[in-house]
Design a protein around this ligand. Sequence first.
Ligand code: SAH
Ligand code: SF4
Length: 363
Amino acid sequence: MGGADVMTPMDPRLYGVTYSGLEKLLESQGVKAVHARALWSALYQDLVPPAELKGREDFPQPLKQWCRAQEGLMDPVLSVQAAVSSTDGLTRKVLLSLADGQTIETVLMGYPGRHTACVSTQAGCAMGCVFCATGQMGFARHLDTAEIVGQIVHDQVMLRRENGEKLRNVVLMGMGEPLHNYEAVMAALEIVTDTRGLNLGPSRITVSTVGHVPGILRMAEEKRPYHLAVSLHGATQEDRARLIPAARAWPLEELIGACHTYSRETGRGVFVEWTLIAGKNDSPEQAGKLAACLAGLKSHVNLIPLNPTNGFAGAATGLVAAGAFQRVLADAGIPSTVRQRRGIDVAAGCGQLKAEWVGLRST
Ligand code: SAH
Ligand code: SF4
């Protein structure tokens, strides 16, 4: 599952350039590095769209001239194709179209003061999880750094326009496997946590992975300051591989070993994601196996009743069975939360709005 064989996306765009990268770029074109500050302040504090920077009157003269001379760098990275809000108003799902016509989703969830952006890292996904709308679509391409940052900026713009609030949390739980697109994802997280820009708290960012062992080990080695969520769904190698074809590449034992390494190196626990599918992985016996798997690892389990998708016949576990599953974990000293997927009416499961949209267009 390397990335070298995969088509790389667009030319560099401004949202894809780190602060130090921008300083170097300016200097290489005869503009003092110090001007990076005004540019980033306009981009990430005033949230000016890159295309409008060309006409920015309050920039110092050399920066104004540099902006005017740019081609491509200031082009928009994404545009809104469809947007829906859940009936309770707490979840907004947006289908975004990229410059080459690919479409991805971003979701904004939350209560006043506690907004979370759920962001995509790939158009489609190569991991093929059978219950996931994105997995059912297959893989189109990696997103580049600008396309990942662009989603987060888009969510922040939406929030500011509506109630002037600041985005608090980011979860990489939209379409795609973040650790299959490691470089672009880590550069994007570096950009959005930079205190000279959007200034999001690194400890409010969660990278969710299907269990990409080399990526987890790299995050540990590089001591990345983000939370890690591992989607387990099965507590034996066979059970996992039935739901997650990619699990064959990274055996469960190695995956749990990588979680221990991550926890040891970073001092942080691991979130475990477990999609509850009726009759498949929701028995007290399976909860016992999960508890055994997690013994000695600082973890918190998020139990997510399945969100139905067209390509998978499974059903969500009911709350009574979910409670019984939780009790087994609690008896083993493992904390867990049952998370109702909010906004089911806006197809808030991963990849689902796109699946519906494509379905609508083809009918
Ligand atoms: N590829 C990463 C991140 C994106 S998926 C990963 O797999 O972790 C984010 C989460 O949504 C994962 O835990 C995934 O298992 C879960 N998910 C996907 N489809 C779902 C569905 N139909 N119902 C419930 N959870 C789902
Ligand atoms: Fe990919 Fe995650 Fe969906 Fe699996 S659950 S197919 S890894 S996006």
